[in-house]
Ligand binder design. Structure first.
Ligand SMILES: [Zn+2]
Length: 144
């Protein structure tokens, strides 16, 4: 598995041991030298882990991004960490907003289905535009 290291605006890459399926995720992180979970909630696909034995402890962090595919980005010290966050913050903010909008859309769709008894994508005689209502009526007359 590849881990990307970020230092003073430059990227480098190193192969590390894959996450063994018989091992817990936390154990695997400890194996890689990351232990302290750093709380940062900018969206569900973003987690930060601090290096366990790096001195000073602040700064070095492992970013884990993605759903089923994990991508690892390590900022080597606090300067790199702040730099990386500043570069990525807009992407994570957008991701958080997108996720929030999906939740709102899902809730509204549910409410609409309860209200109208059909999917909001497909209009009925009560909620369609004039053209849609005419189309529904033509289809109804054809079937009759
Ligand atoms: Zn309707």
């Amino acid at each position: 598995m590849k881990v990307n290291f970020f230092h003073r605006g430059e990227w480098s890459c190193r192969e590390v041991a894959d996450w063994p399926s018989d091992n817990g995720f936390e154990d695997w992180l400890r194996l890689l030298g990351f232990e302290t979970y750093s709380y940062l909630s900018l969206g569900e696909e973003f987690e930060v882990y601090e290096a366990a034995d790096a001195e000073p402890k602040t700064g070095a962090a492992l970013f884990i991004v993605g759903g089923f595919t994990l991508h690892h980005f390590v900022a080597l010290d606090e300067v790199d960490y702040v730099d990386l966050r500043a570069r990525w913050a807009p992407a994570f903010t957008a991701s958080a907003i997108h996720s929030e909008l999906e939740d709102i859309n899902r809730a509204l769709s549910r409410i609409f289905r309860v209200w109208h008894g059909h999917d909001p994508e497909w209009p009925c005689m009560h909620c369609g535009t004039t053209e849609e209502k005419e189309r529904i009526e033509r289809r109804r007359l054809k079937k009759a």
